[in-house]
Design a protein around this ligand. Structure first.
Ligand code: ZN
Length: 81
């Protein structure tokens, strides 16, 4: 009976028990939705064991609104004199 040993440690197990954070490349739990190291929102595991980056529409929207407000402010500051 041959026991196949290809390596040492958990990384060689069949199937993933961890996924890799796309932001800081740390291994995080499979069920984690936020990376505990860099606080990036992460989704399901993709190919190569890398977690899919979750699109955070709320922060995009907040950023967009802030940008528009800034542009309006700049426009007002320069052209209302
Ligand atoms: Zn991370």
């Amino acid at each position: 009976m041959a026991v196949k040993r290809t390596g040492k440690g958990k990384d060689d197990q069949v199937g993933y028990v961890t996924k890799k954070c796309p932001e800081c490349y740390a291994y995080v739990k499979m069920e984690a939705e936020v990376c505990p190291y860099c606080k990036t929102k992460i989704g399901k595991v993709g190919p190569h064991g890398m977690a899919v980056r979750k699109v955070d529409w709320k922060s995009y929207l907040t950023f967009g609104v802030a940008l528009v407000a800034l542009v309006i402010y700049l426009w007002w500051a320069f052209f209302s004199k």
